[in-house]
Design a binder for this molecule. Structure first.
Ligand SMILES: C[S@@+](CC[C@H](N)C(=O)[O-])C[C@H]1O[C@@H](n2cnc3c(N)ncnc32)[C@H](O)[C@@H]1O
Length: 246
């Protein structure tokens, strides 16, 4: 990821509608695990934690370990997120014991890991039997934009591909759905405009610099979560897979 993006995420992650909505989606999908036991005995892994905003939120529900490869990310966690334990490590060789977590989340992380297969196997290894693994990742190659270059995104997933990755790691998939369907049309148009008007290697840009439609997107995300409480979505800018270790 471009180094400036860590600071952009750190500045945005508490208030930006996407982060708040994604935490609400996590709360919805992980409710059976988050509500099953006391925070005092719940252990949560925030894999590829970045500057730690999601981890700080998860820390209200349990003891959180945030793992990231980038020192820049962990420095933000150390400076600003006292309730998260930062650990330097790669997702494909987690420096963590087998079956030591009740939940593991990877939010927009697997798409930038070359061996995403190995990363999901590691997430499965560190979660206890009956525990949950949740990933929310960018979806559809056709929705690739300059932002993908900024975050060094190697791929965007289809629901079937991400599901297969989880099943290949021995996990039992409970939910596999797209999310942020209302963002797919604007993302497609933006990607098209960027490809037309910028040369292939033009300066990368970050979605976090685009804020004018926040007020519109926040309520749309809330309505979409109501739908997701009962149904899957057939398309979206993101894809979420929730699985359990057997
Ligand atoms: C787009 S950021 C997302 C951060 C955070 N999960 C969030 O939702 O704000 C991706 C993060 O994954 C980390 N990352 C990428 N590849 C990794 C790997 N192989 N092992 C550990 N962390 C990795 C990056 O350093 C970065 O902090």
């Amino acid at each position: 990821m471009e180094l400036e993006e860590y600071a952009r995420i750190a500045a945005a992650e508490d208030e930006h509608w996407w982060y708040r909505s994604t935490r609400a989606l996590m709360a919805q999908l992980l409710a059976p695990w988050l509500e099953a036991r006391s925070p005092a005995t719940t252990r949560i892994l925030d894999a590829g934690c970045g500057p730690g905003g999601n981890g700080a939120w998860l820390a209200t529900r349990g003891t959180v370990v945030g793992v990231d490869l980038a020192m820049e990310a962990l420095e933000f966690v150390r400076a600003r997120r006292p309730t998260t334990a930062p650990v330097r490590g790669g997702l494909t060789a987690l420096p963590l014991a087998d079956a030591s977590f009740d939940m593991a989340v990877a939010i927009t992380v697997l798409y930038s890991v070359p061996d995403d297969d190995g990363a999901v196997r590691e997430l499965a290894r560190v979660v206890r039997p009956g525990g949950a693994v949740l990933a929310v990742e960018p979806a559809f190659e056709a929705l690739r934009r300059a932002h993908d270059r900024t975050v060094h995104g190697l791929r965007r997933y289809r629901r079937t591909g991400l599901t297969q990755l989880f099943e290949g790691a021995g996990l039992r998939v409970q939910r596999a759905t797209y999310a942020y369907a209302f963002l797919a049309p604007p993302a497609a148009v933006l990607g098209l405009l960027e490809r037309r008007h910028e040369p292939a290697a033009a300066n990368a840009r970050s979605d976090l610099e685009r804020r004018p439609l926040d007020r519109l997107f926040r309520p749309l995300a809330s309505r979409e979560r109501q739908w997701l409480a009962k149904h899957d979505l057939p398309v979206g800018l993101s894809v979420a897979v929730l699985a359990t270790r057997t």
